[in-house]
Design a protein around this ligand. Structure first.
Ligand code: DQA
Length: 145
């Protein structure tokens, strides 16, 4: 099966961006680890980070055409703003898990609302980069069952 990992804006800065909030690992560290875990179970993992809303939307459209089975997405700030990316997820019909490194509910009120949570299979937040590993584990469990 194929799993697509999508990272929204500013996540390319991981490792140096507010490390007390987001940790010291880089996005490449996280993606490499996820790819390894997926490969161990003979699954294929693709990933994209973009600061541009339209690139993420177009990637989701392509994912549908490609037959991607599951998406893990950290929409980052688009979580709280993007009806367009939400609509792309709905249009793709691909099941997904929403991941946030930080506990968005313990932060500013504008981070408490997500345009994705009500249409996600599940949501993980506040567990740092481990949240991606847990989301992948859940995705693989769902794909294999
Ligand atoms: C984030 C939380 C968002 O509120 C923020 O805009 C981000 C990262 C997280 O992973 O904790 O960029 O999605």
């Amino acid at each position: 099966s194929t799993i697509l990992v999508l990272h929204g804006p500013n996540l390319n800065m991981l490792g140096t961006r507010e490390p007390e909030v987001y940790g010291h690992e880089t996005l490449a560290d996280i993606d490499d680890r996820l790819r390894e875990t997926a490969a161990q179970q003979a699954h294929h993992l693709l990933h994209l980070q973009s600061n541009a809303e339209y690139e993420l939307i177009e990637r989701v459209h392509e994912a549908r055409a490609e037959g991607v089975d599951f998406i893990l997405i950290n929409p980052a700030a688009f979580t709280h703003t993007s009806v367009a990316l939400r609509d792309a997820m709905l249009a793709s019909g691909i099941p997904f898990i929403e991941v946030h490194l930080s506990n968005v509910h313990a932060r500013e009120p504008f981070r408490h609302h997500s345009y994705f949570s009500d249409i996600a299979e599940g949501v993980i937040c506040g567990l740092g980069s481990q949240g991606y590993d847990l989301a992948l584990q859940a995705a693989l469990h769902r794909i294999n069952r």
